[in-house]
Design a binder for this molecule. Structure first.
Ligand code: ADP
Ligand code: ZN
Length: 720
């Protein structure tokens, strides 16, 4: 008999411990099992298995409680490796999450503890038998085809030999068997060869190859050719027979990366991201597990794939906020990448034109090895013009498109070059205000204004997604005075550009035009082929795109982000301006950039205009120092959310009173209601993160309170 300790699949924090069961079947650590807990049937995730000669009675007597038998074993083989198990334990400590949520985060949904079915999808395969039969020449050909391959998908045989496949089965020349379905390998032809490196690239390569530091931060201006460095480093690791992981912010927005990897390396590529359906994801996961995938391009969760022998980890656009998960376990992909790099003894390369302050500060302290690339491949940085909107509007120019931007757009249309216009707000207008009482129409579920979307003639809440028709009467005063609109988004911008340039072909890319699968790709491909003159959209279009014919980028309301009450707001504004500008003039023609802003003297705007990361870094570090924000301190956000205001307030008060130590406990901060949930927050801030983690752990271990509404975010990115 076996004694099995397992974690319980349940979000409740008080169940964050292992429970003991007995099992007569074969079962391994890292497998899912079905168990009974009280009267419910739940999934368990096996932590430890010990053989015992004791009887059930003896075990119960020794342990002092009743032990039940496992109802069934779900998996035959372990879902995680020893490495991933250790990583889960580390994650559990660092992010103050439950163990089961850490295992869950690592697995594709089909293999998550919450999915308790053996969902393996199988497919038919054939191999040759050694029974002697007479075959026609064509049948012999099919027989040889399978013999050479050893084993082969039946569908493949049928495709090549539609008239022979079944006959060979009937004659018992083939043996048919079922196998768990696997991802189709991408069989891209190798069409791209390594570039001859520029001096800047050579220098960077040399530095990385000759040093033996574990983590490198490439701070390289947009278009300096960072991707080529990744690819050449990857080629080396692959040639040593190792696996390579390339992390990107969002696959849909970086189709060019996949193309560059697949045309360079051909076979053995797995792609892992949230756009795949559960079966597809599971297949890609299996490809990594079975060593079929040599190189993986993936988003945040790809950092948990079951690699055997990593030779390189690359994290492109290191500053991107999508690398942070804000729900339990609230990990940052960078930390996991560094952890795994250490485990595999491989180099970790972080790359960005605008590294996070945290990473750059670490690089200055030599925790990361700093590699600077300050020359573009084409040696030409774009020329930036800052338009002070307060002045131009006073002069009577449009508040959407300044005369400067209009003029430059006109030139591009004449010269058959392309332009990108970015406005980081979707919809038509940001709010509708009653002409009688001046109240803004709010989402009934959130404390937020609803946007008007002209394409569907409806109002949408950008936070919870609620939609409704524009009300006939004002929800506040009940009058039929009508509404005036307030603020503008990409739909309005599109109208404006169309009215100024009726002949221009425009593509719009924002959450409204990209809700269907593959729509991002379609828009970007279409723009890449030259089907449109202007691509306009939200921050989606600022990320890593490389269109040689784009020579103008305009950013509308470029400093709107500064109004956010968040210590990161200057950094995100600077990133957006720099990244957007970086899309211009990446090839032969020199590029231009126009920033339309209301505060042209703000250091985020000035340093982005000068494309001077270091100047921004120095200014921003002063601001962070003055406010004692990260990277000078660490923070833990404890957010309580719930449908009853009084329960939320009570728990928040308790947290505020109980979690004390040699750090600051700030609170209780009331937050906006979102999705019908009231929210309050306590913020811990201090120089020693582990002291704060311990204090929270201790509170959770000793409290009798129900902590279901508590979200813990260690090193939070956003505080709204
Ligand atoms: P980054 O990732 O730093 O923004 P990319 O790697 O996208 O820059 O490179 C910018 C452009 O320069 C791309 O179009 C790329 O194909 C091209 N490129 C990169 N390295 C070289 C090289 N050594 N020689 C010629 N072209 C290059
Ligand atoms: Zn809402």
């Amino acid at each position: 008999m076996k004694l099995v300790e397992c974690w319980i699949e349940h979000p409740i924090r008080s169940l964050d411990q292992t429970y003991t069961y007995i099992c007569k079947e074969e079962v391994k650590p890292g497998c899912r099992v079905q168990i009974a807990l009280k009267n419910a049937k739940v999934t368990g995730f096996v932590e430890k298995v010990t053989e015992t000669k004791e009887s059930r009675e003896e075990i119960e007597k020794r342990l002092g409680f009743e032990v039940k038998e496992i109802l069934s074993v779900i998996d035959q083989e372990s879902l995680i490796t020893k490495e991933l198990h250790d990583l889960a334990e580390w994650l559990h400590e660092e992010t103050l999450s439950t163990m089961i949520s850490c295992f869950s985060a690592m697995l594709p949904s089909k293999a998550k503890p919450s999915s308790s079915h053996k969902q393996a999808v199988t497919e038919k395969w054939v191999k040759i038998s050694d029974i002697e039969v007479t075959l026609t020449p064509k049948q012999l050909e099919a027989f040889q085809y399978v013999k050479e391959k050893g084993e082969c998908r039946y569908s493949e045989v049928r495709k090549h030999f539609p008239n022979q496949a079944k006959a060979l089965l009937d004659k018992d020349a083939f043996i048919l068997f079922e196998r768990e379905k696997e991802g189709e390998e991408i069989e891209e032809e190798i069409t791209s060869v390594p570039y001859l490196l520029t001096e800047t690239q050579k220098q960077a390569m040399k530095e990385i190859e000759e040093a033996d530091d574990p983590v490198y931060l490439i701070c390289g201006v947009t278009g300096s050719g960072k991707t080529e460095i990744y690819l050449q480093l990857a080629a080396k690791a692959l040639s040593e027979g190792k696996q390579v992981l390339i992390l990107v912010p969002e696959i849909a927005l970086t189709p060019q990366m996949i193309e560059r990897v697949s045309t360079r390396f051909g076979k053995g590529l797995a792609i892992y991201h949230s756009g795949l359906n559960p079966q597809e994801k599971y297949e890609q996961y299996r490809m990594v597990k079975n060593r079929k995938a040599r190189i993986v391009v993936g988003t945040r969760s790809a950092v948990f794939l079951p690699f055997h022998d990593l030779g390189l980890i690359v994290m492109d656009e290191e500053h991107d906020s999508s690398y942070k998960q804000d729900t339990q376990p609230s990990y940052h992909c960078r930390d996991i990448a560094v952890w795994r790099g250490k485990y595999h003894g491989c180099k970790v390369i972080l790359g960005s034109a605008t590294p996070t302050l945290e990473s750059y500060a670490r690089a200055i302290k030599k925790v990361y090895h700093l590699v600077t690339m300050d020359q573009r491949v084409n040696h030409e940085l774009p020329q930036v013009t800052v338009v002070p909107m307060k002045d131009t509007i006073r002069k009577g120019e449009s508040y959407i498109l300044s005369d400067t931007l209009k003029e430059k757009l006109g030139q591009r249309l004449n010269d058959h070059q392309q332009a990108i216009i970015l406005l980081n707000r979707r919809g038509y207008s940001s709010a509708l205000r009653c002409r009688n009482c001046q109240e803004v129409i709010q989402c009934p579920h959130c404390d937020l204004a609803m946007s008007y979307h002209k394409d569907v003639k409806r109002m949408k809440c950008h936070s919870c997604g609620y939609e409704m028709a524009v009300p006939a009467t004002c929800p506040s005063c009940g009058e039929k005075a009508g509404f005036s609109s307030y603020g503008f988004g990409t739909q309005r911008l599109e109208d404006e550009v169309k009215s100024v340039f009726p002949q221009a072909r425009i593509l719009r890319m924002d959450a409204d035009t990209t809700s269907r699968k593959n729509s991002h790709k379609a828009i970007l491909e279409s723009f890449g082929k030259g089907d449109a003159d202007i691509l306009l959209g939200t921050q989606m279009i600022a990320k890593g795109l490389d269109f040689p014919n784009v020579t103008l980028v305009g950013v509308v309301n470029g400093d709107e982000g500064l109004n956010r009450l968040d210590f990161h707001s200057c950094e995100t504004t600077f990133d957006l301006l720099m990244q957007a500008g970086g899309r211009s003039g990446r090839s032969k023609e020199k590029g231009e950039v126009v920033f339309q802003v209301y505060d042209p003297d703000h250091y985020a705007v000035v340093s982005a205009a000068n494309q001077d990361y270091l100047a921004f870094f120095k200014n921003e570090m002063q601001f962070r120092h003055a406010g004692q924000y990260p990277p000078y301190t660490y923070m833990i956000a404890l957010t309580v959310a719930g449908y009853k205001q009084e329960n939320v307030d009570q728990l928040a008060e308790l947290l505020y009173k109980s979690i004390r130590g040699p750090f600051k406990t700030i609170g209780v901060i009331s937050l906006l209601k979102i999705n019908d949930k009231f929210r309050s927050r306590i913020l811990l801030k201090g120089k020693d993160l582990s002291q704060m983690q311990q204090a929270v752990r201790q509170f959770m271990d000793t409290t009798k309170e129900n902590l279901n509404g508590l979200q813990i975010d260690v090193n939070p990115l956003y505080l709204d």
